[in-house]
Design a protein. Sequence first.
Length: 85
Amino acid sequence: MNTMLPTPEQVRQYIAESLNCEHIEVQGDGSHFEALIVSPEFEGKRPIARHQLVYSLLGERMKNEIHALSMRTMTPAEFEAGLNG
């Protein structure tokens, strides 16, 4: 079974379709991705809960297309405060 590997732009689009985001950056090589996701949906959630939310939104895509995704998840306030470095 030869499936097309997603591009970083496709992964960005998958996240944007499912989550109210103010900012998303995705880098990767087709199987391993790194994402910076800024969303008001993360307010009041601990980092593990933020990651679980994104994984659940991606659902089957995490199993079938995206083999590894590491994330930095922030609220808009955290991002504005410069905690993105």
